[in-house]
Design a binder for this molecule. Structure first.
Ligand code: ADP
Ligand code: ADP
Ligand code: ZN
Length: 214
């Protein structure tokens, strides 16, 4: 089963992907994670992407689509979750072409619905492990030991783009570019909207149920 998981920044896509990986053996393709890894390793891709991530703007499609094409090409028959891609209609159209070329298909597109007013709190409170990427939240999911990752003992920090001014730019990019994908996938199907409010386990149960429905 291959999935697209999309929704506004802070909706819980990364959190739910981690649960799908752990409980269903899927592999996550997160363009945000791929860009952050490239920036950390100071690769050519990282140098191209850095300014956009710092500013909270979308990386140009030519760069992003090439990255996804390469990653999907290496996927074999492993079940995957696309997290954070596509993020606009041109990316969605390019994805269709790439999937056809690779003889792959997406079985379901899930939109994770969280009201705008909750997103700011989720994003400003988000903390991530610098080492393994595990995600925490200062209120809903703090690490057991202050600023130390439960999983690997690495330092737990705030993402530089989780500062309030950058968050505003990201939410605007979502409104103008990503939200229109809802209508695109509604028309294209199979598409399902999942309520992202509640505990992570509650949301996961809803996603599991959505995966069983036709
Ligand atoms: P996204 O990948 O969509 O940007 P994340 O999975 O990183 O979102 O979640 C954003 C923040 O909200 C993180 O700090 C995470 O711990 C927290 N979070 C995720 N799911 C929930 C939930 N169901 N309830 C409360 N907080 C959540
Ligand atoms: P979020 O928590 O907002 O869902 P991500 O980790 O998915 O954050 O993305 C972080 C940043 O990476 C975005 O603000 C953007 O600069 C870049 N990015 C990620 N995915 C894409 C994409 N599909 N197209 C363009 N830029 C992207
Ligand atoms: Zn860690």
């Amino acid at each position: 089963m291959n999935l697209i998981l999309f929704g506004p920044p802070g909706a819980g896509k990364g959190t739910q992907s981690a649960l799908l990986i752990e409980r269903m053996g899927m592999k996550q393709i997160s363009t945000g994670d791929l860009f952050r890894a490239a920036i950390k390793n100071q690769t050519k891709l990282g140098k191209e992407a850095k300014g956009y991530l710092d500013a909270g703007k979308l990386v140009p499609d030519s760069v992003t689509i090439g990255l996804v094409e390469e990653t999907l090409g290496e996927m074999g028959d492993q079940a995957f979750i696309l997290d954070g891609f596509p993020r606009n209609v041109p990316q969605a159209e390019a994805l269709t072409t790439i999937l056809n070329q690779l003889h792959l298909k997406v079985d379901k597109t899930i939109f994770l619905e969280v009201p705008m007013k909750m997103l700011l709190g989720r994003l400003t409170g988000r903390r991530v492990c610098k080492n393994c990427g595990a995600t925490y939240h200062i209120e809903s999911k703090p690490p057991k030991k202050d600023s130390i990752c439960d999983v690997c003992g690495g330092p737990v920090v705030q993402r530089p783009d989780d500062k309030e001014d950058v968050i505003r730019t990201r939410l605007e990019a979502y409104e103008t570019s990503t939200r229109p994908l809802k209508d695109y996938y509604k028309a294209k199907g199979p598409y399902v909207e999942v309520d992202g409010v509640g505990t992570s386990d509650e949301v996961f149960t809803r996603i599991s149920q959505a995966l069983k429905s036709r």
